[in-house]
Write a protein of this length. Structure first.
Length: 414
């Protein structure tokens, strides 16, 4: 197989970098973007020197290179290249590099078809393509670049004068504390059954969508009809039991019509068939890359199955680790619902704590935020609800109170 390469372009880029080392930062190249081994070694030496002193020249590079590499370097340094063509040369190198990565990925998938399932092969292809699109995997960033990006982020936040930098959940007390759902963060919403965690996640989904952030909801517990009825109840403010039994008057039909039109216009997507971890990963990647989704909800984590796990604790650990990795690599907030153990029911104070997270301590470790829901008046359809932030990696802990109307599945400020 012939792999894409442009030796002359690689030499031209090296020559232009010798003449103007400051172009190295502008180019955004990686060692792997060069196909020829000598060219890779030369570029690696340039990077090392530049990161130390912001500059390099042939005498300094000569201390790091072999005689054969120096011959190539001298030849490149003696050539004359047009500065206007540098961006074109860099673009060509990156394109060739991406094509090579694509070929390597295709070969690896073909070789493994006999040993992998179809689902594994498809998942590997999607992950590989995602890495290629993001720049062929992991790369480093200098302290200067980090500082510049941090300064810009602080300036942007200052210009907003206190408005959220993340995606709103719809309750001001929580939004003010967490600064909204943030990119790259995994948030766990945990509660015992019947406490309102699905209702709250749908509330957050609707809030995000109304604020202009497309969302996706992966439901492993409820079917299409159940989710649809709940959302119509919330949007119309008609009790869920009346919708389920069809007991609607003329005014209520008008409200349902308006709710249905609103529902139809919202940028939200639903998935009901992803239960295996491989399917969940593939689905999340597809929702973000193919549909522009900005926030995802998974209901709920303990229903996901991970092949090959030796026990339940290990299985949950694998799942939570993969979810956190996805949030970081896709640069989106990922919200996963979780069951709690029965421990709170055995205590005098039934408020949940982090140790009540069911099946694995890794949930607490992997999550950036853990929000525990507690309803003191569990036998009442309406009443106060406590949002216990048991972990806030960047915000700290806290307890906040809201109100839950179980008849319409609506959460509101206290």
């Amino acid at each position: 197989m012939i792999f894409p390469q442009s030796p002359e372009i690689e030499v031209a880029v090296i020559g232009q970098l010798i003449q103007n080392p400051n172009l190295l930062k502008k180019a955004g190249l990686k060692e792997s973007d060069f196909e020829k081994s000598p060219h890779r070694r030369i570029y690696r030496a340039m990077e090392e020197l530049f990161n130390k002193s912001q500059g390099f020249d042939i005498p300094l590079l000569a201390e790091k290179l072999s005689k054969d590499d120096l011959v190539i370097l001298d030849g490149a340094g003696s050539e004359t290249f047009s500065p206007e063509n540098f961006p074109i040369h860099v673009s060509r190198l990156k394109e060739d590099s991406s094509k090579r990565s694509l070929q390597y990925l295709a070969l690896e998938i073909i070789r493994g078809l006999g040993d992998r399932t179809l689902e594994d092969s498809i998942l590997k292809a999607k992950r590989g393509l995602s890495e290629i699109l993001q720049g062929q995997g992991a790369d480093s960033i200098t302290a200067a670049e980090m500082a510049a990006a941090g300064w810009k982020r602080i300036e942007d936040r200052a210009s907003r004068k206190g408005t959220l930098s993340g995606i709103p959940c719809g309750l001001r007390c929580l939004d003010d504390h967490l600064d909204g759902f943030q990119d790259c963060e995994l948030t766990i919403i945990a509660a015992r059954p019947g406490k309102g965690k699905t209702a709250f996640s749908l509330h957050c989904l609707l809030t995000a969508a109304r604020a202009g952030f497309p969302g996706a909801f992966l439901s492993l517990e409820m079917g299409r009809g159940q989710i649809t009825d709940r959302l119509h109840s919330t949007l119309s403010r008609i009790p869920l039991w009346k919708i389920r039994r069809g007991l609607l008057g003329s005014e209520e039909w008008e409200k349902i019509t308006d709710a249905s039109n609103t529902f139809n216009s919202l940028p939200v997507r639903f998935v009901f068939d992803a239960r295996n971890l491989k399917d969940v990963i593939s689905t999340i990647i597809g929702q973000v890359e193919n549909h522009g989704v900005k926030i995802l909800f998974l209901d709920y984590l303990q229903l996901v199955k991970a092949d090959g796990a030796q026990n339940r604790e290990r299985e949950i650990s694998i799942i939570s680790g993969e979810l956190k990795s996805l949030a970081v690599s896709l640069k989106v907030p990922l919200v996963a619902l979780s069951q709690l153990s029965r421990a709170p029911e055995k205590r005098e104070d039934k408020r949940p704590v982090l140790a009540d997270l069911r099946d694995s301590g890794s949930l607490e470790q992997d999550a950036d935020n853990v929000i525990l829901l507690y309803r003191p008046e569990i036998n009442e359809s309406k009443g106060p609800v406590e949002f216990i932030v048991g972990k806030g990696r960047n915000s700290g802990c806290g307890v906040f109170t809201g109100y839950f109307d179980g008849e319409t599945q609506i959460f509101s400020e206290n």
